[in-house]
Design a protein around this ligand. Structure first.
Ligand SMILES: [Zn+2]
Length: 129
């Protein structure tokens, strides 16, 4: 489809990569194109450098096959903070994910204030209110 093709040529995108073994997905964002970032993930997997890619780490540790061909752009956002907010939102909305949660949310704390918070988080933080 022409629309999808164009989206995948765009720079500054939020994307998801599905695992082919179980229903897990990886959500990420890049200032470049999905194609470029996918090449990096695949290179990390081929060379066994799990530290460079959470997707590669998942595939190596679990011995799973990643569905690279089903990777897709979910949002196009030219600005870094927009991509971080969208990425955080998509990560939160995925039940089964490969993302390294803790590291990730710490990195983007200052950028994720525009995305929605679960009510339990709010009340958990302000129990006396
Ligand atoms: Zn998997």
């Amino acid at each position: 489809m022409i629309v999808v093709y164009l989206l995948e040529q765009r720079t500054g995108v939020v994307y998801r990569i599905p695992c082919g073994t179980f229903h897990k997905v990886y959500v990420g964002q890049t200032s470049r194109t999905l194609k470029h970032r996918l090449a990096e993930h695949r290179r990390a997997l081929r060379s066994g450098e799990a530290a460079l890619s959470a997707v590669a780490e998942h595939a190596i540790k679990e011995d799973h096959t990643i569905k690279w061909d089903d990777a897709e752009v979910v949002n196009h956002a030219p600005r870094y903070w927009q991509r971080c907010a969208l990425e955080a939102w998509h990560i939160r909305s995925e039940k089964e994910k490969m993302n390294r949660d803790e590291v990730h949310s710490q990195q983007h704390t200052t950028h994720s204030s525009t995305s929605h918070n679960h009510p339990l988080d709010y009340y958990g933080r302000y129990p006396s209110a």
